[in-house]
Design a binder for this molecule. Sequence first.
Ligand code: HEC
Ligand code: HEC
Ligand code: HEC
Ligand code: HEC
Length: 152
Amino acid sequence: MKRFFLIAVCFMVVVSMVHAGDFTYVGAKKCKMCHKGAKKGEVWEKWEKGPHAKAFETLKAKGEEKNPKCLECHVTNAAVDPTEGVGCEACHGPGSVYKKMSIMKDKTKAMESGLIEPAEAVCKKCHNEKSPTFKGFKFDEWVKKIDHTYTK
Ligand code: HEC
Ligand code: HEC
Ligand code: HEC
Ligand code: HEC
């Protein structure tokens, strides 16, 4: 009985360890309902018109939409619909946990649940020499081109 209890405790510890970093990608469409429209700063609309939402289309135009080497930087993650291109979660982190309203409206909780405020390092995961078309990256200038802030 004691031994069974010990095994059960060990099992629970392992499960909770695995669970801690276990945020998964849900896809940009899940963010749309709360982040579209004038009242919400037209975040969705700005992203949709910007370069990242068409990153998959760009590969398709080259006939490279199945090349895993290109997909690495032209889509959010293998787990979500590739046609969204570089979606919200490519920069803001996988949203399975933070997308809940009760967590989302509390910034501290959201950050603890995987939300990222993207800085230069996030961009450089893709904007680097490994990109066949790379000609340099200037964070301060480029971040303005994709700006969708509305609270500051
Ligand atoms: C149920 C509604 C809802 C969903 C779904 C949702 N959000 Fe939010 N989000 C909010 C609210 C509310 C805020 C607080 C700011 C505000 O009210 O405009 C917020 C704030 C944010 C912020 C700013 C955090 C800060 O304070 O700096 C980011 C970034 C963000 N959301 C990204 C996302 C992403 C990415 C997704 C999809 C994975 C997503 N949200 C899904 C409601 C939502
Ligand atoms: C997951 C990979 C990825 C991340 C992360 C990423 N980008 Fe990009 N970015 C791309 C790809 C791919 C393109 C090219 C899209 C196309 O033309 O189809 C692009 C294009 C752009 C462009 C347009 C460039 C041009 O020549 O017009 C800007 C500006 C940009 N990104 C800024 C940023 C900034 C700022 C960040 C960080 C906050 C960032 N990106 C993060 C993959 C990424
Ligand atoms: C390391 C990340 C990365 C990889 C891998 C990658 N790309 Fe890109 N791609 C980018 C980024 C970032 C941009 C935006 C322009 C730039 O700075 O290179 C881009 C832009 C492009 C563009 C638009 C170029 C322009 O000037 O309008 C094409 C076309 C493209 N990539 C095709 C491909 C193909 C095909 C592959 C696979 C053979 C590939 N990319 C692999 C990150 C990447
Ligand atoms: C290429 C990277 C990138 C993508 C893709 C992206 N964002 Fe952002 N987002 C940023 C950056 C950079 C900021 C500014 C962070 C800061 O506060 O300094 C930001 C800020 C925000 C904010 C806070 C705005 C404010 O005024 O406080 C929200 C909300 C947000 N993003 C939601 C989204 C949603 C929803 C999507 C998808 C429709 C998305 N983002 C796609 C990089 C990105």
